[in-house]
Design a protein around this ligand. Structure first.
Ligand code: HEM
Ligand code: HEM
Length: 178
């Protein structure tokens, strides 16, 4: 059984927690302008920060290929699904940062002021902000479907998929690359 590296497993579960927490702390439209949800910004930006070492670790071989995948289309579908999740993990924080800039809100991360990604506007913050709001909820549905598929693999197909992401039985990077 090939597992993900410890660092990838830690980042996977931390990211999942941060995404859910970002969703719970989100504020839309007028509320966001009057009383900016700074905690939402911090949680969301942490997602963006964590995706960088995670993708690097992936390129360095910390994402084990499925040994003997049960079918080629299933392997491809899993890769496509994970790619979509990664795209959301990058696009959501960036579009939120853009939306905050359009609303004229200063975005900072752990006390560090970040530059605005767009000039502030008086009215509605625009299409990208709308996409951010919709995408912010869509990622939870996608992650829910992803979790159900992982559970189905584990208990119906019995191929040990959940074990690959189990923090309690994590191997180190070297072992996972054996
Ligand atoms: C917001 C929540 C979540 C996000 C954004 C997310 C994202 C991801 C991504 C991007 C990968 C691909 C890793 C890679 O190969 O580079 C992955 C793998 C995985 N995730 Fe999640 N995940 C979430 C929640 C969950 C939950 C709740 C479960 C379990 C119930 C789960 C189980 C797994 C498993 C088992 C793998 C490894 C799949 C494999 O071996 O191919 N994830 N996740
Ligand atoms: C994984 C990360 C994120 C998720 C899941 C997420 C989710 C959401 C959701 C669901 C909403 C809509 C809330 C509502 O309508 O009541 C929202 C709004 C908003 N988010 Fe995020 N967000 C994330 C990251 C960020 C980041 C990093 C920033 C800024 C740095 C940000 C800034 C905003 C702003 C300004 C709004 C209001 C947009 C508007 O009124 O048009 N978000 N977010």
């Amino acid at each position: 059984m090939r597992r993900y590296s410890q660092i990838t497993i830690a980042i996977h579960w931390l990211t999942a927690l941060l995404v859910v927490a970002a969703w719970f702390t989100a504020e839309g439209g007028r509320h966001a302008r009057a009383d900016p949800p700074y905690l939402h910004f911090t949680l969301g930006l942490a997602v963006l920060l964590l995706v960088v070492p995670r993708l690097l670790a992936r390129w360095l071989g910390a994402a084990p290929r499925v040994e003997d995948p049960q079918s080629r289309w299933m392997d491809l579908a899993a890769r496509a699904g994970h790619t979509v999740l990664y795209l959301f993990l990058i696009a959501l924080p960036l579009s939120g940062w853009y939306a905050a800039s359009r609303l004229g809100i200063q975005v900072s991360f752990l006390g560090l002021d970040l530059p605005a990604l767009a000039a502030p506007v008086q009215g509605a913050p625009g299409l990208i902000a709308d996409l951010h709001e919709t995408g912010g909820t869509l990622i939870l549905w996608l992650a829910g479907a992803h979790a159900l598929i992982a559970i189905w693999h584990q208990f119906v197909m019995k191929d040990g998929t959940l074990e690959r992401m189990n923090p309690l039985t994590a191997n180190d990077l070297a072992e996972s690359r054996e």
